[in-house]
Design a protein around this ligand. Structure first.
Ligand SMILES: C[S@@+](CC[C@H](N)C(=O)[O-])C[C@H]1O[C@@H](n2cnc3c(N)ncnc32)[C@H](O)[C@@H]1O
Length: 190
């Protein structure tokens, strides 16, 4: 159990921590994210998450990245909220123009972008191709809960970037879920 798994439990986020929430499966992405950011978390300045819902994920990131500004985008205006270091706006990840309009102007680039929104490949692909140019040089782009076949997903990753698909057994509730991590090629493996 990593410190990020503990934060997932604390904030009722189903990304990790082997807990169950309303009978939903609990994914186990947090050990992967913890490894990626174990050393750099205090230096991360901007995090963008697609998919706000209750705000559990945004609050988990805010505590894990103690110096970061966290922004969430969701198609549903009913789940938008603002808190210390957390802002949210309405946007549709399946529409590049809507997504760009949802980005705050004071945060042009992001250290970490995570897509936990629509969970359908056309929307996930649109978001990835739209937002990769808004990622810092050594940034990380994650897409959760993939449904498309791996070869199609990897073929969509632009040539300057390296992509990896991970099949991660759920921490509770059975089954597994797939996660795409994309970085610029020179940072692949870091
Ligand atoms: C699984 S929930 C997000 C959970 C959140 N990331 C967390 O960890 O607590 C998915 C969210 O994605 C939003 N969503 C669905 N389709 C979307 C789209 N096309 N664009 C943006 N958000 C979308 C839904 O409204 C919902 O709030």
């Amino acid at each position: 159990m990593t410190p990020l798994c503990e934060l997932a439990i604390k904030h009722s986020c189903n990304r990790g921590g082997h807990h169950t929430r309303g009978g939903e499966p609990c994914h186990d992405y947090t050990p992967k994210y913890f490894k990626l950011f174990e050393l750099s978390a205090p230096f991360v300045q901007r995090v963008l998450e697609i998919g706000v819902n209750s705000g559990a994920g945004l609050r988990m990131w805010a505590e894990f990245f103690p110096n970061a500004f966290i922004h969430g985008v969701d198609i549903n205006p009913g789940c938008l909220f603002h808190e210390k270091r957390i802002t949210t706006t309405q946007g549709n990840q399946g529409d590049a123009g809507s997504l760009i309009q949802a980005l705050p102007v004071q945060a042009p680039v992001w250290d970490f972008i995570v897509d936990d929104g629509a969970h359908d490949w056309p929307s996930q692909k649109t978001a990835m191709l739209t937002l990769l140019p808004y990622m810092t040089g050594d940034g990380v782009y994650a897409t959760e809960d993939l449904t498309e076949v791996e070869s199609t997903i990897l073929a969509a990753v632009p040539p300057a970037y390296a992509g990896h698909v991970y099949d991660i057994p759920n921490g509770a509730g059975g089954g597994s879920a797939r996660l795409l991590i994309v970085r610029r090629k020179q940072y692949d493996g870091y």
